[in-house]
Design a protein around this ligand. Structure first.
Ligand code: GTP
Length: 374
């Protein structure tokens, strides 16, 4: 069975990380999010995936040099201008003649896709949408249904307290090829705002499969950190990352690492291959990517340091993300959902709270970055 993955977005809410790495290729606990998603699809019988690309397409092609991953054949459909979610699906689905799966490229889920496909077949729907339940649906597309699951409406981002249900469009669909005829070719069209709401007018065409299983949109700094906390807590699998071993209570490592005997680990931490942790450091619920170096006496708490990041002595990183190969001098303090871009270079004693630092060691480093679309 085939799947189309929508991975063409610019991921503006996760800038500056996404200025250099497309969101689906950002690691979650040291494994690219997309690899986790492909493994999940393979476990439900998907053997061919078409990546619907637009933003930074070459980075995807380079990431999978053999054009495959874990038994899944990969194909690439590169848009020359953004086609939106439905336009992207239409463009990527050329030649598909059987029912297929569509996934947003930023949703971590343990959904039983096999059961959802069975539900789709049993109802004879043209399209079935996976619904997840959230506490506050006001930031999502809310989808009320009849008792048997038939969709009766779409309400995008209802005002707080006004949503008729807390079940939201969770970004995974099973589609019959007939749905493609409803999407005009080569135009920018949104499936959640245009195609699906119009399908509601045809009785029996659109069903929803509601499931309360693990679901998280990793697209903001807060949820990106949450995904890591979930990986450390064992909510994404038995180990936080493939090949990780728990070498002492709460300390997971991948391959050879160097951790000074005076360093302290609190909570659960993951330390990637070739990383080094200096004397007197404290790691608390932290994820260190491969080749990360932590200087003497630094404290890393509820934070993610991506591959090759270097943290100077006595620095503190709390609730933040440090991009690949970024360098923090000594006594730097980075807190409150700060994101430091790839290869940025922060001088000693810099303090940043809730900021975004541009990639690269340039004088532009502190120029504000536009985050999100609004
Ligand atoms: P933000 O800019 O932070 O909102 O992130 P985003 O660009 O990923 O947008 P959003 O989260 O709304 O997109 C949901 C999914 O659709 C993501 O997996 C995107 O990669 C994908 N997507 C968004 N726009 C397009 C597009 O024009 N073409 C394709 N192929 N995919 C898209």
């Amino acid at each position: 069975m085939k799947a189309v993955l929508l991975v063409g977005g610019a991921g503006t809410r996760l800038r500056p990380l996404t200025l250099t790495t497309p969101k689906p290729l950002l690691p979650i606990a040291n494994q690219a999010f997309l690899e986790r998603q492909l493994s999940w699809l393979a476990s439900h019988g998907i053997d061919e995936v078409i990546l619907s690309l637009g933003y930074l397409p070459d980075v995807f092609v380079e990431h999978f040099p053999g054009g495959s991953y874990g038994g899944i054949r990969l194909r690439y459909a590169v848009e020359d201008h953004p086609l939106g979610t439905a336009g992207g699906i239409r463009f990527a689905s050329e030649g598909i003649t059987e029912r297929f799966v569509v996934c947003n490229g930023d949703v971590l889920t343990a959904l039983d896709l096999t059961a959802m496909i069975e539900f789709h077949d049993a109802h004879g729907a043209a399209a079935t949408i996976y619904l997840s339940r959230v506490v506050d649906p006001s930031a999502f597309g809310v989808v009320p249904t009849r008792a048997d699951g038939e969709v009766i409406g779409f309400i995008e981002k209802p005002p707080p307290g006004a949503a008729p249900t807390d079940w939201i469009n969770a970004g995974t669909y099973v589609l019959e090829p007939s749905v493609l005829d409803r999407i005009p070719p080569r135009l920018e069209v949104s499936i959640e705002r245009e195609t699906f709401p119009r399908m509601v007018e045809t009785r029996g065409a659109l069903y929803a499969y509601a499931s309360d299983t693990y679901w998280l949109d990793i697209g903001t700094c807060e949820t990106y950190l949450e995904a890591h906390a979930d990986a450390l807590a064992g909510r994404l699998g038995q180990t936080p990352a493939p090949g990780a071993r728990e070498v002492s209570p709460g300390l997971w490592t991948q391959g050879d690492v160097s951790i000074d005997s005076t360093a302290r680990v609190e909570g659960t931490c993951l330390v990637g291959m070739g990383a080094g942790v200096g004397s007197g450091c404290v790691l608390a619920d932290a994820v260190l990517g491969p080749r990360v170096e932590i200087g003497e006496g630094a404290r890393i708490e509820r934070s993610v340091l991506l591959e090759g990041a270097r943290i100077g002595g006595a620095s503190v990183v709390t609730d933040s993300v440090v991009g690949p190969d970024a360098r923090l001098g000594s006594h730097v303090v980075v807190t409150d959902q700060t994101i430091v871009g790839a290869s940025a270079d922060l001088p000693p004693h810099t303090r940043i709270s809730g900021g975004r630092v541009r990639p690269g060691p340039t004088a532009e480093a502190y120029r504000p970055i536009e985050v999100g679309k609004g």
